[in-house]
Design a protein around this ligand. Structure first.
Ligand SMILES: Cc1cc2nc3c(=O)[nH]c(=O)nc-3n(C[C@H](O)[C@H](O)[C@H](O)COP(=O)(O)OP(=O)(O)OC[C@H]3O[C@@H](n4cnc5c(N)ncnc54)[C@H](O)[C@@H]3O)c2cc1C
Ligand code: SF4
Length: 512
């Protein structure tokens, strides 16, 4: 009998359709491990750690049920060396394996570790494609070869063309590539968004094992009623439920925020996709199938709005990440350096919008895109908080946060610390936008219309102050020009009052 290959499956590579697992594949044994190094490289939300470990454990069971040999090293296994490299080296040293294989990781840090490991082993090593994304890292480079800057919209169209997604012949379905203008409405009072599926589990044992092993975490969990989908079957159930009940209003309310509705019409599929329980293509195909079957009940604007997030933004972010790592992680265009205020950890702030988004993040390990971008991200940008602190918070707090997708979203899209690699302008706003898209401001102790004076909404003075203080860097940006025209119309005393108010808030950031 030839010796088997040792194949490493990382916690975010739970792809049951991978060609490794086909019957015709070479004789192999599979290695999945819970290592301290991964559970602690950031301070993760407890629900994120639990969701990862449960997903990994049930994936291992599924492989075993298919007759495959799986070496599962749990966090409390006495032989666990708590690093990928040490655990792999120990198994290879047993002399039982002919070669070592791994799937190309999505994180730069892990790829570097595995390359180093591979070069140090006494057996041949090989990296395989993770067979998950719609396009390769190279595709991104090819689309933008010779271009001065990246534009998500052109990349997205190329991905649609490449996979013939929502096309009528060579033309986009519905006659347009982009239906953003028809989407993004405020949630009407009469709307009743559906309640998402949950998959209740008792995870008390796992949570106490994390405690016993001293794994630090943030956020809360109800260990006797943990609800995240952690198997492929559960993820497919969420997908099919999303297509039926959420998709018909997805686009319309994708930017809306509401204190009574945390999920609105979002899919909550990012964790399942990011750990590869389901593939982006099957999500897109299911949604398009539902749109076709609906015979007009689901409008083109809804389906295009959803497909854009996955075929566009998700793949685009991955392309940016790989094109710019490792330097991307150090970019700080505005030189922001204030520490993250305490209320990002405890929700104790009078700003109702920030409180709601932070409380929800700490309770659910989830907030939807506009809460992340236009509430917490917007506030941190306007407050000049260090992008390192901002990254650490986003990477820890969300169950779907893995560096390849978190970093370009946080440092790039939200903080513009990359100086415009991801976006053409910083996503920032005063209270006006937040009030337009949510019910946060009614009931807030700050006055949403006031820029200055006692109780004025901090977003207002901070917004104008941000534009004023970064004029040199931003005034040439045609998408911001209007802001500077308005500033130029202000009297010098008005400008002075705004900047003084903003400075007062910045000096007392911890007290807001
Ligand atoms: C500051 C900030 C940090 C973020 N951090 C993460 C992160 O760590 N992990 C993560 O997966 N997403 C991140 N996002 C993107 C987006 O907010 C989440 O993917 C989305 O909120 C997940 O919820 P959902 O599954 O209900 O998404 P839906 O609104 O239902 O969208 C469907 C899918 O589209 C994809 N998608 C949508 N927008 C983006 C985007 N900008 N980038 C990549 N994929 C996108 C996701 O896979 C998502 O599941 C971040 C966005 C911001 C502004
Ligand atoms: S008034 Fe200002 S702080 Fe209060 S919820 Fe509105 S935007 Fe947020």
């Amino acid at each position: 009998m030839p010796k088997p290959i040792l194949r490493l499956i990382l916690g975010d590579q739970l792809n049951i359709s991978h060609s490794w697992l086909a019957e015709s594949s070479a004789p192999a044994e599979y290695l999945i491990m819970e290592v301290r190094e991964e559970a602690t490289y950031a301070r993760h939300h407890v629900q994120k750690i639990v969701a990862f470990f449960l997903a990994m454990r049930s994936f291992a069971e599924e492989l075993r049920a298919r007759g495959l040999i799986v070496h599962y090293i749990s966090l409390d296994d006495p032989e666990n060396q708590h690093s990928f490299a040490k655990n792999v080296s120990r198994l290879i040293a047993s002399g039982r394996f002919s070669a070592f294989e791994y799937q190309q990781p999505d994180e730069y840090r892990v790829e570097q570790d595995l390359l180093q490991l591979a070069s140090s082993l006494p057996v041949p090593s090989r990296a395989a494609d993770s067979e998950h994304f719609l396009v390769s890292r190279q595709f991104f480079q090819d689309v933008f070869r010779g271009h001065k800057r990246y534009v998500m919209e052109s990349f997205y169209r190329e991905v649609r063309r490449r996979h013939r997604i929502l096309l009528d012949g060579d033309k986009p379905a519905g006659g347009r590539w982009n239906f953003d203008a028809e989407n993004r409405k405020k949630l009407p009072d009469s709307a009743t968004p559906p309640v998402a599926l949950r998959f209740p589990r008792d995870v008390r044992q796992l949570v106490s094992m994390l405690g016993a092993k001293g794994v630090p975490s943030i956020g809360s969990i109800d260990p006797s009623n943990f609800g995240w989908p952690v198997t492929r079957e559960e993820s497919l159930a969420v997908l099919s439920d999303f297509c039926e009940r959420f998709l018909p209003s997805f686009g319309s309310y994708q930017d809306a925020m509401h204190t009574d509705h945390r999920l609105l019409f979002h899919s909550k599929l990012s964790f399942s996709m990011n750990v590869k329980l389901i593939s982006p293509m099957e999500v897109i195909e299911s949604a398009i199938g539902a749109w076709e079957r609906s015979k007009g009940k689901i409008s083109i604007a809804q389906i295009e709005g959803f497909v854009r997030q996955i075929a566009g933004w998700r793949e685009f972010m991955r392309g940016v990440y790989w094109a710019h790592m490792p330097s991307y992680k150090t970019l700080n265009f505005f030189g922001a350096n204030r520490p993250l205020p305490h209320y990002f950890w405890d929700g104790e702030t009078k700003m109702r919008c920030v409180k709601h988004a932070v409380d929800q993040s700490l309770e659910d390990a989830y907030a939807h895109h506009i809460q992340r971008l236009m509430v917490t991200g917007n506030f941190l940008l306007l407050s000049g908080v260090s992008p390192d602190d901002v990254d650490a918070w986003y990477l820890g707090v969300y169950a779907d946060a893995i560096e390849w997708v978190q970093l370009p979203n946080t440092r790039g899209m939200s903080q513009f610390a990359d100086g415009g690699i991801v976006g053409t302008k910083p996503y920032m706003s005063s209270a006006n936008y937040i009030n337009k898209m949510s019910n946060y401001c009614s009931g807030c102790s700050y006055k949403l219309k006031e820029r200055t004076g006692p109780g004025a909404c901090p977003f207002n003075s901070l917004y104008w102050n941000f534009l004023i203080s970064h004029r040199e860097k931003l005034q040439g940006n045609p998408r911001i020009g209007m802001g500077y025209k308005l500033i130029d119309k202000m009297s010098s005393s008005e400008v002075a009052e705004i900047t003084a108010q903003a400075q007062h808030y910045l000096n007392n950031l911890e007290e807001l």
